[in-house]
Design a protein around this ligand. Structure first.
Ligand code: 5AD
Ligand code: FES
Length: 361
């Protein structure tokens, strides 16, 4: 798809035209990854973070937030509940927390792999090559690291370097994504939609980059203002001028999900919690009908949920793992879709790692 065509879709407002986009994305999803919806049990290990991202409520500078770190036993209890609910994957997610050391995560991954049949996805921020390699060695299957925006200037503004890093140049997120690929992980990335200063041109570049990076998983969601972060300061942060600013709204999020499906037809694409936060009644369902094929029920123990406050008023913070399980399975069935069994590996990753034998036939 051409750059201008992506921009035109992102700016499209006629419902009748948008119905064409939804239909095309839904058909493409059905054709390439089928009708089944994969459930990934999300475990938010720790809300400690050393970073100062301008948009995120977990940023180190947010003194208003009470911090927690789950014990290994608490994590294993959540992992076992994932097995009990029939999920094929657990996602271990946290802020960039140095107390979650390389060896500690390796031990946890080994234990999960030894005691359960689950696939393990990690989403632990920008970690060293040695850590990423050792976790892969321990059995981790997938890694999620969003690049947030492909506009380098905007990225640098919202994402200062690690405070302690001094003059040590950090690897870019793209270098890390490349490392993950070389290590054999299924690689996931994505962006926020409607960051102040993000233009339609930027977002179209992001979507084109999904295809160039050949992503196995793509997670996108609306930017949601957190009052205890620098980006919430309307005097300091301005929208892009001249009608160029991308809105952080529901329809734009569906458009990005649909376009991501069209440019990366075999990727696994979730209907995210951020989307459900904008429309609790039907956000996830509409995401699943406009290109997505994955949802991530929350398995974080109830007492910690409200503390993983990346943005305010997050969906599902009052619920238990069991409540989210029943809620989501009911929602999927109401769409006439099946819940997948098994690990739900990315068909894109499988297609890449299976040698192309068409030429020898
Ligand atoms: N609004 C929406 N998404 C956010 N994230 C972080 N802060 C916010 C926010 N205020 C997203 C980022 C990050 C992911 C874990 O959560 O894209 O990569
Ligand atoms: Fe958590 Fe619906 S998925 S309440």
């Amino acid at each position: 798809m051409q750059h201008q065509e992506i921009i035109d879709w992102l700016r499209e407002s006629a419902p009748i035209r948008l119905d064409d986009l939804w239909r095309l994305a839904d058909q493409t999803r059905q054709q390439y990854v089928g009708g089944e919806v994969h459930l990934r049990g999300l475990i938010e290990l720790s809300n400690y973070c050393v970073r100062l991202c301008g948009y995120c409520g977990l940023r180190a500078g947010n003194a208003a937030l009470r911090r927690y770190r789950m014990t290994d036993e608490e994590v294993m209890a959540s992992v076992r509940s994932a097995v009990g609910y029939g999920y094929g994957t657990v996602v271990l997610q946290s802020g960039e927390d140095p107390q979650l050391t390389g060896p500690r995560i390796s031990d946890l991954v080994r234990r999960i792999k030894r005691e359960t049949p689950l696939a393990v996805t990690l989403s632990l921020g920008e970690r060293t090559y040695e850590e990423l390699a050792s976790w892969r060695e321990a059995g981790a299957d997938r890694y999620l690291l969003r690049f947030e925006t492909s506009n380098r200037r905007l990225y640098d503004q919202i994402h200062p370097p690690r405070p302690a890093s001094g003059s040590n140049a950090e690897r870019s997120r793209f270098a890390i994504l490349e490392e993950l690929r070389r290590l054999g992980y299924e690689v996931g990335s994505g962006v926020m939609i409607g960051i102040p200063g993000q233009t339609y041109d930027d977002l179209a570049n992001d979507i084109e980059l999904f295809a160039r990076l050949d992503l196995d998983m793509i997670g996108v969601g609306p930017y949601l203002r957190h009052p205890d972060t620098p980006l919430a300061d309307r005097n300091a942060w301005c929208d892009a001028p001249g009608g160029q600013q991308v809105p952080a709204d529901e329809t734009t999020t569906y458009k990005v999900i649909a376009l991501a499906r069209l440019v990366c037809p075999r990727a696994n694409i979730p209907a995210t919690t951020a989307l459900a936060t904008l429309n609790r009644a039907a956000g996830r369902e509409l995401g699943l009908e406009r290109g997505a094929n994955v949802v991530m029920p929350n398995l974080t123990p109830q007492k910690y949920r409200a503390l993983y406050e990346i943005y305010p008023d997050k969906a599902c913070i009052a619920e238990t793992g069991e409540a989210c399980h029943h809620c989501l399975t009911g929602r999927i069935r109401s769409l006439g879709r099946q819940i997948a069994r098994g690990r739900g590996d990315s068909p894109n990753h499988k297609a890449r790692s299976t040698p192309d034998n068409t030429s020898v036939q």
